[in-house]
Design a protein around this ligand. Structure first.
Ligand SMILES: *Cc1c(COP(=O)(O)O)cnc(C)c1O
Length: 387
């Protein structure tokens, strides 16, 4: 079976320095908030063109932390796509707020600014929820339409989060999503384009006060710089908890892994783009191959094609040793626990259609041309047989 994602090929390339970096942490004893954490945060901020980066426990918590920092909670609405991983929408109920689901652009699968505008106006008209923020997702690694989404957010006074769990490293006109968003979040789940060897996440931001608040929320609402400046304390302010936070620290070992992985990330993004270009050259005359927004560079978390008869393609390819996956067969607003939350006026017809047509192919920077040719040939044979 051809691997769907080949993390072992990457591990071999990283070689001894990666294992040395892990062992160094093991021997140092600084398992929590060791020096690799601050070093990685510095490098991550530089890579993502953001003034600040905060590592945290997961991509899910990376979404929850800014919502907490902005005091978003019961009675508040946060707009997001339904065609995404559940964590995007889960962040809102976790702080007591309501997701409002918005439809997607049929070409890029990312938030449709017109559906967003209509959903915000509908929520305002209804008057039950207060619009507070928008979460745009860089689905499958391609950047959302940030200039248009930011315009809608500014018009309505809403915060903008870029959920770049799949898209960290993507750009639009040479800019990373933080150029338009108030915060950009990512996940280091192993299968993401920039993954670690366990769970981890990060919040990139550009406002020092917000970053300071996130630092506090990450460790049980501990007093941070702005809380203690100009004050005197009877006890060590380290144990002063000035707000309700949580524990969302990333392990030092994961930072050590990520420092090594960041060194080759740019090169891996280029390799992913070469793989994507070869897929398009081999398939676009027969099936719908992905569209990246004009001026955008995707990091290709997934390579997702569309065709009728998708459900028969998966077993046919499996027989030929080619694995596939469907992201996402059930849109979030159709899942039981999310079905009572509001959707944009007129529903989400594009989301529902796409959920029945998409299928993702093996995609990683180490996919060989031979394996890729085998995948392309198997798909071509299936489509011609079933035409
Ligand atoms: C993976 C993912 C997340 C959540 O990340 P975890 O690290 O698994 O918590 C959030 N949003 C999107 C779009 C994702 O793909």
């Amino acid at each position: 079976m051809i691997p769907f994602i080949d993390l072992q090929a990457q591990r071999k390339r990283l070689g001894q320095p990666l294992e040395d970096a892990i062992l160094k942490v093991v021997r140092s004893g600084a398992y929590i908030m060791g020096p690799e954490i601050a070093e990685f945060e510095r490098q991550l901020a530089a890579f993502g063109q953001a003034p600040f980066a905060l590592s945290c426990g997961s991509g899910t918590e990376a979404l929850v932390l800014p919502l907490m920092a902005w005091g978003i909670g019961p009675g508040d609405a946060v707009f997001c796509p339904s065609f995404t991983f559940a964590a995007t929408a889960e962040a809102m109920p976790l702080v007591g707020a309501s997701p409002v689901f918005v439809d997607i652009d049929p070409e890029t699968y990312n938030l449709d600014p017109e559906s967003l505008q209509a959903a915000i106006e509908a929520v305002k008209r209804e008057g039950k929820l207060t619009p507070r923020a928008v979460i745009a997702v860089d689905l499958f690694g391609g950047p959302a339409d940030y200039p248009a989404i930011q315009r809608v957010c500014k018009k309505h006074g809403l915060k903008l989060i870029s959920d770049s769990a799949q898209g960290f490293g993507c750009t639009l006109g040479g800019q990373h999503p933080i150029h338009w968003a108030d915060v950009a979040t990512t996940s280091f789940f192993p299968a993401k384009p920039l993954g670690c060897y366990g769970d981890g996440g990060a919040v990139l931001s550009k406002d020092e006060k917000l970053h300071d608040l996130l630092v506090s929320l990450r460790v049980h609402g501990q007093a941070v710089k702005s809380d203690i400046e100009g004050k005197t304390f009877e006890h060590d302010p380290k144990y002063l908890n000035v707000r309700i936070g949580m524990n969302s620290r990333m392990d030092t070992i994961q930072a050590a892994v990520l420092i090594e992985k960041l060194k080759i990330f740019e090169d891996e993004i280029a390799a992913r783009n070469r793989v994507a270009d070869r897929y398009a050259a081999g398939l676009s005359d027969l099936v719908k191959t992905p569209t990246v927004i004009e001026g955008g560079v995707s990091v290709w978390a997934q390579y997702t094609i569309e065709l009728d008869g998708r459900d028969n393609l998966a077993p046919a390819l499996r027989e030929q040793g080619v694995p596939t996956a469907v992201y996402y067969p059930i849109p979030i607003h159709r899942q039981g626990v999310y079905s009572h939350y509001p959707v944009a006026p007129g529903g989400l017809p594009v989301t529902e259609a796409k959920a029945g047509q998409v299928i993702s192919l093996p995609m990683h920077p180490y996919l060989t041309e031979d394996d890729q040719d085998q995948i392309v040939a198997a798909i071509r044979a299936f489509v011609k047989k079933n035409a």
